[in-house]
Ligand binder design. Sequence first.
Ligand code: SAH
Length: 383
Amino acid sequence: MDNNIKCPYVSKCGGCSFIGEDYDKQLKDKRKTLAELFKGISVDQVIGMKDPFHYRNKVTCSFGLDAKKRPAFGIYEQYSHKLVPVEHCLIEDERADAIMHTLRDLFKSFKYKYYDEVSGYGLIRHVMIRAAHTTGQIMVILVLSSVVLPAKNNFIKALTKAHPEITTVILNVNERDTTFVLGPRNITLFGPGHIEDVLCGKRFIISPGSFYQVNSVQTEVLYRKAIKLAGLKGTETVIDAYCGIGTISLACAGSAKNVIGIELNQDAVADAIKNKKLNRISNVTFICGDAGEVMERMASEGNTADVVFMDPPRSGSSESFMDSVAVLHPAKVVYISCGPESLARDLEYFKTIGYRTKNISPVDMFPHTEHVECCCLLTRKEK
Ligand code: SAH
């Protein structure tokens, strides 16, 4: 596929290291890098996208002051706190791009001040937009340094008039001196306070702070692959560790006897429980807690599992988690990973406790960037 598209921000943004390169070549290069990393394990072709642009369903823009104290917006330049004014991004959702433009105009006409990181004055810190791929619902999160948005009603009226596709607006309060975008408190200004999307035939409520894969098209490809690897027959007890809002748990529930989803983030667990009800699924239980600790407790209480799905953050899993997997003694572990290095490390540890994989299936969830998602099936070596 020839995509001779040039991004003017590439050198400063640092997000898309491969933008402008032929997409088929990107996929081949990703596979080559994985094959070098996973020595002795076969690596499938990387499954790419038909249209590898504008796939990101979550878009963030930061607001601040430049060195001369003039209002500035954009994304932070790589390794610095200088804002690069990205007007159009080639991988972000185009509806979000358009809303971001309107917001900047509205901030100006409502005379809202951008936040000054040095003095701590100013209201607007960031805007995050989350767009549901299937339903088209859109959430706008205004991250402010205060709970008070002056002329709130008029502002919301103007925004939703310009963009009737927006289904909810949230004021997120971030008063801290922090590099985290979202603060702890959300106030719903418009709509239900969440969006809903459909993934693998199931409906999901997504709250502002809950994790949701950023590339919905490829997430379906990945989950279907992962569930296929598990080869469920309907009789299994399944654990979905690091389950987020319950996407994998609910997508595989119809093919298992029962599923236990484990997740640390309270908001995500609350969403997962709502999602279970929304989809009228009864054989799934969600537990809020550290996946390793919950699994250890389950193991110490004499529980077993037939299949464990694990989808940890980029940093990977922990030895204590993997030890408790071994005690629960599943015949199969399906490991989904967005961090190939941590996956390679964890696969080595799994080997020492009797689980191995023969094959890695990569899915390109992040075209034009150096990232790639992998899934693999680990089976127990019988003694
Ligand atoms: N499987 C889900 C979420 C994957 S992202 C999906 O595909 O949507 C990883 C998730 O792990 C996040 O939701 C994060 O909140 C959660 N997490 C991070 N550390 C954890 C831990 N120690 N125990 C349980 N969950 C954890």
